[in-house]
Design a protein around this ligand. Structure first.
Ligand code: ADP
Length: 381
């Protein structure tokens, strides 16, 4: 595969930046489309096109100069990708897969139709339709409302436990899911290439910030029974194969209190739950994504060491130019790797970077992770 084809990525945020860095060793330069060259991927490429990945013309004009296209965000203009696909461009994930995944309703129907375990659900057209369901008892408390489209990082998700939560209901076409009794939230990242090779990364477990509903802390390998890990991995691969995804598929799952695994949702790209792979695995998820979309041999997904990943979120109460307080203290710690995304301004809970702690002793690693969370703060001066 040399010379490499021209690869265009829709989105130039932190995932794009980490993709660009991951293939720099091969002297491969990726091209990006996003609104501003000042975005995280901007200084890691000489080919950054300023434009809107949701606009047909911007995507089409960018894509026509590329050989292979991929994404770092699902919410892109798929009509333009379809036109480019017809013209022979290689696009992973394929536009029809993006359309399936972007709609949480269609995603749930896919799991149902393909006998993939997922929480019970129904589709509702609007807030009124949900209220009607509560009146005629076709919806019962407690439940989770998810807007079918445009949700991201917990936005567009409301947990409705009773009448007192009804003011949280959103007025949009929605998935109404049973509230699952969750023991642990897990994720498995699967890589699959067009010629069929599939590899999965070890299972990770996620801990959430209850206020922001964002992953705060992630541990790999998940502290779960071996057969649970095997089942989580088997199911993740099954989803990637049944969806016929090429590239990465991050498969978010719930391990229920009664020991079952349910698929929650998927993302067809590098994912927050795979950031630790940069420092703790033989092949990072970012390099793996590029290998997979180019149909190159997949790299080993084995761990070199255990990993904890901590999201570096903008400190509540701080909005403006970002300042990284406590950075030197973290840099001084062994096995601690700081990743700053380079976003110019911080705001409460914005993903500004992440830190990986590697090691062999989970207890020690958790202690270090706690020191990092307590020390490193993204603030404004
Ligand atoms: P997003 O796409 O915004 O990340 P998710 O579907 O991952 O939305 O939901 C966000 C979080 O809400 C999950 O990580 C989980 O903590 C919680 N959640 C989602 N669905 C359910 C459910 N059916 N039962 C219990 N908790 C849920």
């Amino acid at each position: 595969m040399y010379p490499f084809p021209k690869i265009g990525i829709l989105g130039g945020g932190q995932l794009g930046k980490m993709m660009a860095i991951s293939v720099a060793d091969w002297h491969l330069s990726l091209s990006f489309l996003d609104q501003s060259k000042d975005f995280p991927a901007g200084i890691f490429t000489h080919s950054f096109t300023e434009g809107n990945f949701k606009e047909y013309d911007d995507v089409y004009n960018f894509g026509k100069n590329m050989d292979v296209l991929s994404i770092e965000i699902e919410h892109v203009n798929t009509e333009a990708l379809r036109a480019l696909e017809k013209e022979g461009k290689i696009i992973h994930p394929a536009p029809d897969k993006l359309e399936l995944i972007k709609d949480k309703g269609r995603q749930k129907l896919f799991y149902q139709d393909h006998n993939i375990p997922t929480s019970s659900f129904q589709l509702r057209a609007s807030k009124n339709d949900i209220l009607k369901g509560l009146e005629d008892n076709s919806i019962a408390y407690p439940f989770v409302q998810k807007t079918r489209t445009a949700g991201y990082d917990g936005k567009g998700v409301a947990v409705i436990k009773g009448i007192k939560d009804l003011d949280k209901l959103m007025d949009a076409p929605s998935v109404i899911e049973d509230l699952v009794k969750i023991e642990k939230e897990l994720a498995v990242i699967v890589a699959r290439r067009p010629s069929g090779e599939v590899k999965a990364y070890p299972v990770v477990e996620m801990e959430f910030n209850p206020v922001a509903n964002l992953v705060e802390f992630l541990l790999c390998p998940a502290q779960i029974e071996e057969d649970t890990a095997a089942e989580a991995t088997r199911l993740a691969i099954e989803v990637a194969e049944k969806m016929d995804i090429c590239g990465l598929l991050a498969v978010e799952q719930f391990l229920t209190k009664d020991g079952k695994i349910l698929i929650n949702e998927v993302a067809p790209r590098p994912h927050n739950s795979g950031h630790h792979t940069i420092d703790s695995c033989y092949t990072s998820q970012f390099e793996q994504h590029i290998r997979a979309i180019l149909d190159m041999p997949l790299g080993s997904t084995k761990l070199k060491s255990k990993g904890i990943m901590i999201n570096l979120l903008g400190e509540p109460g701080h909005t403006g130019p970002a300042y990284y307080d406590g950075l030197d203290d973290c840099m001084a710690m062994e096995g601690v790797y700081v990743h700053i995304y380079g976003k110019a301004t911080t705001k409460p809970y914005r993903k500004m970077g992440h830190v990986t702690v590697i090691g062999e002793d989970v207890r020690e690693m958790k202690q270090k992770a706690k020191i990092v969370s307590d020390t490193l703060k993204v603030i404004t001066l």
